[in-house]
Design a protein around this ligand. Structure first.
Ligand code: URA
Length: 275
């Protein structure tokens, strides 16, 4: 008869695994190899293989400074040529100007999920291990918390979700401003194609990059800012709030994020004044 762990042990094991996954540890090795043939043990079940990393142009020499301006110019022209979200996704997949792609942790580009005509665009920081494996943003533990908050606020089908960078930084480190700048033209083009009414920016790394401001997230959260595209042609109201990964570590802060989301919903559903 198959043995199943008691629910308490299972919950404990799941929470420990999630803790390590959040910390960027996603592989497990024993200290010594096990000869499963000699021991007569069945091999461990194989996990479905995520796609192999895509073939790349030669990675930059170690220590070489990325040419951010050239990368952003290339991104801008690729993004401008994308006439819809599917073409934008393909352009991102083909783009080699973001240095994170060469750092060994990313298996694939992670672009977006959600409604292509959503009134709210959510911009997170960058994909983690789960997102990298599945190719969609916010599908790990932080994403599940985000989804629960969105559902409670009635926003489930009213959001389009993306990140400031599209490749998983090793060890889930925060993406650098240069990496974010190399991806920014694609984020702007996504905004142009989806045409949301407002932006919800998750965490300090997203808020600082999108709003080009230096304050910490605790002082920016809950306030309305004006987001502007680099060429100043587009502008939108933007609300920074706390990142759901932070909320998992600091549950007491959830009420602040919840109040930010409620004020966003209030503005979203406010009847528009006639001009
Ligand atoms: N954190 C982010 O900022 N983005 C994701 O997609 C997942 C976790």
């Amino acid at each position: 008869m198959p043995q199943t762990a008691p629910p308490a042990d299972r919950a404990l094991a799941e929470s420990l695994l999630a803790f390590w996954a959040d910390a960027g540890v996603d592989s497990l090795f024993l200290d010594a190899p096990v000869d499963r043939i000699a021991a007569g043990l069945a091999p461990p079940p194989r996990r479905a293989e995520p796609p192999p990393p895509t073939a790349l142009r030669a990675p930059p020499a170690p220590g070489a400074r990325p040419d951010v301006a050239a990368a952003a110019a290339e991104a801008r022209s690729l993004a401008a040529a994308a006439g819809d979200l599917a073409a934008l996704k393909a352009a991102i997949e083909a783009y080699e100007g973001c240095p994170i792609r060469f750092e060994g942790a990313a298996r694939q580009a992670v672009f977006s999920r959600g409604a292509p005509d959503a009134p709210v665009m959510i911009v997170g920081e960058g994909p983690g291990a789960e997102e990298d494996a599945r190719g969609e943003p916010f599908v790990g533990r932080a994403g599940q918390l985000l989804d629960r908050m969105l559902a409670a606020a009635g926003l489930t089908d009213r959001v389009f979700i993306t990140n400031t960078v599209f490749w998983r930084p090793p060890g889930n480190r925060t993406p650098t401003p240069a990496e974010q700048a190399a991806c920014a033209p694609f984020v702007e083009r996504a905004i142009e194609l989806v045409r949301p009414k407002m932006l919800l920016l998750l965490g300090g790394a997203s808020a600082k990059a999108m709003l080009r401001r230096e304050e910490g997230i605790l002082s920016m959260r809950g306030r309305w800012f004006e987001w502007r595209s680099a060429d100043e042609r587009l502008e939108l109201p933007a609300m920074p709030t706390l990142h759901p990964a932070f909320l998992l570590r600091q549950p007491a802060a959830k009420k602040k994020a919840w109040s930010d989301i409620l004020s966003l919903v209030q503005r979203l559903d406010r009847p528009e004044r006639p001009h």
